[in-house]
Design a protein around this ligand. Structure first.
Ligand SMILES: C[S@@+](CC[C@H](N)C(=O)[O-])C[C@H]1O[C@@H](n2cnc3c(N)ncnc32)[C@H](O)[C@@H]1O
Length: 214
């Protein structure tokens, strides 16, 4: 089906910067994502040890509440966004908390050239639904290219709605997500309704995890 995604240029950082400058950020929940707080406790999620600090990349991190959560739990975190405004806030918050988060102001589509196969985990939340839907396959390839062999994508995919939106957050579909990430060479290892969701998102999001083969 052909869909008209409107004239909004969501591929430009200016679109997002202007929204941050206006305070028009309805996606921001103000806290770490409940499903990720539960995920890091799970046995099938990589754990930091004395010898090994898993490196997590968060594309389209926004204010980076999840970046702070993971850094506090001992992960090495690289938080990426092409809008500088939320990264400034994230840096200040990390400083106040006395924790280290690497921030990168960069287009996620350009990132694999700079950091190929550099990460153990890619944490995806509301970046997939923010990019132009015509670029979703390209996005899955980019995320796959960021992962080390055996690395995982942990993605909470939102919004699983009936209506087809012409503005972000663009509607997502499980079968389409699977196709894109599997085409990018990844293997589905989990497909679950999250145990916890923000009330406004309950029933509208799904946790999918993919692994990059060795
Ligand atoms: C809907 S917001 C979600 C922010 C954050 N993930 C959250 O849940 O609060 C989408 C974010 O992705 C960023 N973004 C969109 N396309 C991007 C791209 N191609 N490269 C880097 N960041 C991008 C935007 O600047 C924005 O901060």
């Amino acid at each position: 089906m052909q869909c008209d995604y409107g004239t909004t240029d969501v591929s430009s950082p200016h679109y997002w910067s202007e929204r941050y400058q206006r305070g028009d950020t309805p996606w921001d929940l103000g806290n770490p994502t409940p499903a990720f707080a539960a995920l890091v406790e799970r046995l099938d999620f990589p754990k930091p040890t004395a010898q090994y600090r898993p490196h997590v990349v968060i594309p389209g991190c926004g204010y980076g509440h999840d970046a702070l959560l993971l850094a506090q739990r001992g992960y090495a975190v690289t938080a990426v966004d092409f809008a500088p405004e939320p990264l400034e806030v994230l840096k200040q918050n990390a400083h106040l908390l006395g924790i280290e988060v690497q921030t990168l102001c960069m287009d996620v589509f350009a990132l694999p050239t700079h950091r190929p196969a550099a990460f153990d985990v890619a944490l995806e939340y509301t970046c997939y639904c923010a990019i132009n839907p015509t670029r979703r396959q390209e996005y899955a390839h980019a995320v796959s290219a960021l992962l080390k062999p055996n690395g995982i994508v942990a993605g909470l995919f939102f919004p699983l709605d009936e209506i087809e939106r012409t503005q972000p957050p663009y509607t997502v579909r499980i079968d389409e997500i699977r196709t894109h990430f599997e085409t990018a060479g990844l293997v589905l290892i989990a497909n679950e309704v999250p145990l916890e969701s923000h009330p406004a998102r309950a029933g509208r999001e799904q946790l999918l995890m993919f692994r990059k083969p060795l």
